[in-house]
Design a protein around this ligand. Structure first.
Ligand code: GLA
Ligand code: ZN
Length: 691
């Protein structure tokens, strides 16, 4: 249970009472009760209204609203306000505003505009957090702490002089001597050799490509800076209120910091989920990010924000169609969320976000959106018993921030989707192909398992891997010293590992492993890779299956994006390439290692291969459900003390049927009985338990 104070699905929103009169507060309470809201996040961006100068704190208005909420049995996820410091503070202390990669110092005017290393910011945010914790530690309404808001979302990194000085210190601690640093960064070329620690700068924009080892270290340094910035508040809170759970809201696939470094300092992981309602792939893209939040602690997480209808930051912001908000709310729960929270409670009438939807739209409580919210709030009562239940995923995708950073190096470079429809490439660093992307590869593999209704966690190298039957490590480009042992142990003990192309190329200093990729994983994979060959966007090669064994595969599949010249050492060739100078050389291999096996996929296979291959593997590992669902109908399981809850979600615009288990089931939402065939309406949800 996330908080003992609320033994049900947490339901509510970011709430900004400071924007409204006290008369409206009364109406808010009335409507919150109508909608069954049990939790609101407040004070997220309220710092200025809580501290008017260095010594004057003005918490009285917050006391009032805290009391009002408590009187009405609505709990509070209390934010520490540190995501937007007051203007007076920024003006007075020159070290607060961040500096971009280009050297441009940002101006006052927006939010999350602070340097994570700024001594003034850190000092004042810690002081404020302490005031918060001391003032509200025994308050009835306080259920949860919400530190900051979306670290690194607006200010992705900072290159100011404070950061520069701290980076130099960080380098000194890491490398001890300047010779070690020069060696690790390979500074012999382009006049970069450092004779003095003080000559090192933050890697700001230059005339062209910059040292990639240094960029990598800077990313690590910035990632640690955000964690320190979080801990600066976390430590204070934990000292004063050790029993109140703490979270900070993530954004899912942000690569500006390593999420896994936060996991031990979060009582519950939470995130903000904003799919584009017009994205036909939204459901599995969202499922992936849920899987990452769930995988971080292997525990239920919180959906901290989603839009009741449209957002205001896609190029075109379509409204969520009737039923869609409900569908995505259950989708989150199905994938392990114990909350359904929104941005925001009341749609704003002024300010930056006035076109963003709210649970209470501009039209008021007679609106379609509010009615849907009200119905959902009531309906969630019916499934409150599921909180704390597990998704029991036995497959995982292993993510690694270093590999992500190495492959998508330049700051600001963005999404490259798996079908290459979205390019936002940045040409400032030399790289073999702009057609490949790290996260795109993660998405591609996740999607294959998702289509088979196989639960898959996203995990990291500091996760416990032992319980997983299948682990996929897409594009594990960087191999740190402990990775080899961790993966070898996993396979040795019976695990099935799938490693994909462009893996095992760099060590942690971004130095290439000589003598064949995948470097230290050569023994585990039983192969040696001589060279790689990125394919042009429209080019194809073919995978010709050699050794089928138990794998139920067709004779031939196509592949794109990338090929490699692979030599099998101890591994068996599962498939070879059909064309080009590496025709008949291995394309996919399998290596027995201890009690397990390790597959290597040296290219990007087409979707039919992915489906056949993972169907076979998941079948072998007993991860397949004995039924299959129509496209865009998802079945996902939560289990609590042996009791199984099947979430069935239909993302289509028509009702559909499929064969389910023969036994009798009851839908907790509608009370309807099912056995054998399931018919599910468009955009509908069933939560089935055995009857
Ligand atoms: C983010 C922020 C919120 C709000 C929403 C709007 O997730 O955390 O404060 O701005 O976006 O979609
Ligand atoms: Zn800075």
């Amino acid at each position: 249970m996330i908080t003992k104070k609320i033994p049900k699905i947490l339901f509510g929103a970011d709430y900004f009472p400071e924007q409204w009169t006290e008369e409206v507060w009364q109406d808010d309470i009335r409507l919150m009760k109508k909608a069954n809201v049990n939790l609101v996040s407040i004070a997220i961006f309220s710092w200025a209204l809580l501290q008017r100068d260095e010594n004057t704190y003005t918490f009285e208005w917050l006391d009032k609203i805290m009391d009002l909420l408590a009187e009405n049995d609505i709990y509070v996820c209390l934010a520490t306000s540190s995501a937007a410091q007051p203007v007076w503070m920024t003006k007075k202390y020159d070290d607060i505003l961040p500096v971009l990669e280009s050297g441009l110092k940002l101006n006052i005017g927006s939010r999350q505009t602070y340097c994570p290393n700024s001594p003034s910011y850190l000092k004042f945010s810690r002081l404020l957090t302490e005031k918060f914790a001391l003032r509200y530690k025994d308050h009835k309404a306080l259920a949860l702490w919400h530190i900051n808001n979306e670290y690194a979302q607006k200010t992705k990194a900072c290159f100011c002089s404070t950061c520069e000085t701290k980076f130099i210190k960080w380098c000194r601690e890491k490398y001890q001597t300047i010779e070690n640093l020069n060696k690790a960064w390979g500074t012999e070329l382009w006049g970069e050799y450092y004779f003095d620690w003080e000559d090192i700068n933050a890697p700001k924009t230059s005339s062209g490509p910059r040292n990639s080892s240094k960029l990598m270290d800077y990313k690590r340094f910035i990632s640690e800076s955000f964690l320190r910035c979080y801990l600066n508040e976390y430590d204070v809170i934990k000292k004063i209120t050790p029993d109140i759970p703490v979270t900070t809201n993530f954004e899912g696939d942000f690569k500006n910091f390593d999420h896994s470094s936060f996991k031990d300092y979060l009582d519950v992981v939470s995130w903000n989920c904003y799919p584009n309602p017009s994205d036909p792939y939204a459901q599995w893209r969202v499922a992936l990010r849920h899987a990452m939040m769930r995988g971080l602690k292997k525990k239920p997480f919180m959906l901290m924000e989603q839009a009741p209808s449209q957002v205001d930051w896609y190029p075109v912001n379509v409204a969520k169609r009737p039923g869609v908000m409900r569908l995505f709310s259950y989708h989150a729960i199905a994938h392990g969320s114990d909350s359904v929270m929104f941005f925001q409670w009341r749609a704003q009438k002024k300010g930056v976000e006035k076109y963003h939807s709210g649970m209470v739209p501009h039209y008021g409580d007679e609106s379609r959106v509010f009615k849907e919210i009200m119905e959902l709030g009531k309906e969630l009562e019916k499934i409150k018993e599921i909180i704390g239940s597990d998704n029991n995923a036995k497959a995982a995708i292993l993510m690694d921030n270093d590999s992500w950073w190495a492959i998508e190096t330049p700051y600001g470079s963005g999404v490259r989707s798996f079908d290459n429809s979205v390019f936002w490439a940045n040409f400032t660093q030399p790289f073999p192909s702009i057609c490949i992307g790290y996260f795109a590869e993660i998405e591609y593999y996740f999607n294959s398992l998702y289509n088979l209704n196989v639960a898959c966690d996203i995990v990291f190298f500091n996760s416990d891997l032992t319980d997983y039957k299948i682990i996929i490590a897409p594009m594990l480009h960087v191999i740190k010293p402990n990775y080899k042992e961790k993966l070898e142990n996993y396979v040795n003990n019976g695990g099935i590992l799938i490693l994909t192309y462009f893996s095992g190329v760099l060590n942690e200093d971004s130095t290439v492993f000589l003598g064949g990729y995948p470097g230290p994983l050569k023994d585990l994979m039983g192969i040696k890779i001589e060279e790689f060959d990125p394919l042009m966007p429209d080019d194809k090669n073919y995978i010709v299956i050699k050794e089928k064994k138990d794998l139920k595969l067709r004779q031939e599949y196509s592949c794109t994006l990338w090929a490699e010249v692979v030599h099998a050492v101890t591994a068996k060739e599962i498939a070879v390439y059909k064309n080009d100078f590496y025709a008949d050389l291995p394309c996919i291999t399998e290596n027995k290692f201890g009690k397990g096996k390790a597959y290597y996929i040296s290219t990007r296979p087409d979707e039919s291969f992915m489906n056949d291959f993972f169907k076979s593997l998941c079948n072998e590992a007993c991860l397949l459900q004995p039924f299959s669902t129509p496209d865009k109908v998802e079945v996902f399981l939560r289990i609590k003390r042996g009791k199984e809850y099947y979430f069935i979600l239909n993302f289509n615009d028509m009702s559909l049927e499929f064969e389910f288990f023969k036994e009798n089931f009851i839908d907790l939402l509608s009370g309807k009985l099912f056995s054998g065939k399931i018919k599910i309406d468009k955009k509908d949800v069933l939560v089935l338990v055995k009857n």
